[in-house]
Write a protein of this length. Structure first.
Length: 113
């Protein structure tokens, strides 16, 4: 049975939604107020707040409040577990494909003989 990292699941769940990815892309430029993030989405503020809470729960963003203004900032190092997992998967599949390639080449070589 495969190991399931709940933090990694939260991360991929947060990244699965295009609105949340769009918000992260915007925050990669500079921190932004919630109202500034909501504008381009065309969504109502409560819906955007739910998206932000998913991103915050996954550790992808932090929020701070100054009076009535809530500001969000990206946490780029939060993507590292996903990058690590993807690199591990890439290594596994490259090794499998290399073994398959070697097997096919051996079969082709045997058929020529």
């Amino acid at each position: 049975m495969a190991k399931h990292d709940p933090d990694l699941s939260l991360l991929f769940h947060a990244l699965a939604d295009p609105t949340r990815r769009s918000i992260l892309t915007r925050l990669a430029e500079t921190p932004a107020r919630v109202t500034d993030l909501a504008g381009p989405t065309g969504l109502r503020l409560p819906t955007v707040m739910r998206h932000l809470s998913v991103l915050e729960e996954a550790g992808l963003i932090t929020t701070s409040k100054d009076g009535r203004i809530r500001t969000c900032a990206i946490v780029p190092e939060a993507l590292e577990p996903a990058r690590t997992w993807l690199d591990e998967q890439r290594a596994i599949w490259e090794a499998r494909l290399d073994r398959l390639d070697a097997f096919v080449m051996d079969v082709m070589k045997e058929r020529k003989e």
